[in-house]
Design a protein around this ligand. Structure first.
Ligand code: PLP
Length: 386
């Protein structure tokens, strides 16, 4: 079967890039471990493959599938989300300026602040949930606007189309880290973004068993640049990791549907719980980005939920009493996870900055999995009782 771009998302997730193997008929994409490929005469590549850092058939299958799902002309797979971001940032030169969303993923902040600054790039953080803040931060040297939406862990929603229009008017490119939504819920390139970045470690892989990343674009110029640096810097994923991701992608729509349903049910339940001060979930009407999220994410709101209890001591107690939710960092997989942003994922953000942006001591972040939602709710209720 040859899938076409008019097939539905779930059909493409299962079939694009991975028709039956022409040599054997195997219905599953083989894991091509070969590092080098025989040539018919010097330079005579049989199928375009020469050396596996430059390109590899299993990776090519993954890249084709990812491109189809994001609606991108070009996709590039990397060894991790941060490897993808690092390689993309090689697009910039010393003196270039980047505007980025202020509660950006902690590892991205560290890369910008502790590594890329040393190479002469400059960075300004803004609360991009008001696009006017992005406009105010743009300078003559701004090359890139870096967005995440929903953000981590506060699930703020950024209007991708509005920010892209403002950035483009200043000649800046827009990259969106689409890890939290996945292409099943949100396709930033269709909203005007120039580049999408993923940590495929999360929803795309979906089983907490592979670290990976991707860069996607419709621009031939950007693609040329990323292809050159993917090969020059060499932060590529192994064929086995690519295969695990292809396997994960097949169930992305099923997992996402269930995770969105479970997260919505849990968010509503926690909103009515006396021990919970506040629930952060874009699906709740009181969330400030609710209407925008409904438009931008196709009426679904993702699998991440935040909630606040009285203080850090209460949060530690809840986390120590959970039985089904595992206390761990990361997100997006079939099993439910819980963590304390202030003490775990966002511990490297200075305390004053954490409080300023709203990461309170009592904040707990849930990555809701695909278990029976009644069990998840019973687990939370038990952990929250006195
Ligand atoms: C995990 C994550 C990253 C980094 O990806 P790695 O695969 O861990 O390198 C980047 N952005 C977001 C939003 C993430 O959750």
């Amino acid at each position: 079967m040859t899938p076409s771009h008019t097939d539905g998302f779930a059909t493409r997730a299962i079939h694009v890039g991975q028709g039956p193997d022409p040599a054997t008929g195997a219905v599953v994409q083989p894991i091509h471990l070969a590092t080098t490929f025989a040539q018919d005469g010097v330079g005579g590549l049989r199928a375009g493959f020469e050396y596996s850092r430059s390109s590899n058939p299993t990776r090519a299958a993954l890249e084709e599938c990812l491109a189809s799902l994001e609606g991108a002309g070009h996709a590039f797979a990397f060894a991790s989300g941060l490897a993808a971001t690092t390689t993309l940032m090689l697009l910039l030169n010393p003196g270039d300026h980047v505007v980025y969303v202020d509660n950006v993923y902690g590892g991205t902040f560290r890369l910008f602040d502790k590594v890329l600054r040393r190479y002469g790039m400059e960075f300004s953080a803004v609360d991009a949930s008001d696009p006017a803040n992005v406009t105010a931060a743009l300078t003559g040297r701004t090359r890139l606007v870096w967005l995440e939406t929903p953000t981590n862990p506060l699930l703020r929603i950024v209007d991708i189309a509005a920010v892209a229009a403002r950035a483009h008017a200043h000649g800046a490119l827009v990259a969106v880290d689409n890890t939290f939504a996945s292409p099943y819920l949100q396709r930033p390139l269709e909203l005007g973004a120039d580049i999408v970045v993923h940590s495929s470690t999360k929803y795309l892989g979906g089983h907490s068993d592979v670290v990976g990343g991707a860069v996607l674009t419709n621009s031939a110029d950007i693609a040329e640049h990323v292809r050159f640096h993917q090969n020059s810097a060499g932060a590529v994923p192994s064929p086995f990791d690519c295969w695990l991701l292809l396997r994960g992608l097949k169930t992305l729509p099923l997992r996402m549907e269930r995770q969105c349903d479970n997260a919505f049910t849990i968010a509503r339940h926690l909103s009515a719980h006396p021990a919970v001060r506040r629930v952060i979930y874009p699906g709740l009407p009181e969330h400030p980005g609710h209407e925008l999220a409904a438009r931008q994410m196709g009426g679904r709101f993702g699998g991440m939920v935040g909630f606040e209890v009285t203080d850090e001591k209460a949060a530690r107690r809840v986390l120590s009493r959970l039985r089904i939710f595992t206390l761990a960092e990361s997100l997006g997989a079939v099993e439910s996870l819980a963590e304390h942003p202030g003490l775990m994922t966002h511990a490297s953000v200075p305390a004053a900055e954490r409080y300023r942006i709203g990461i309170a001591g009592g904040l707990i972040r849930l990555s809701v999995g695909v278990e029976d939602v009644a069990d998840l709710i019973a687990d939370l209720d038990h952990a929250l009782t006195d």
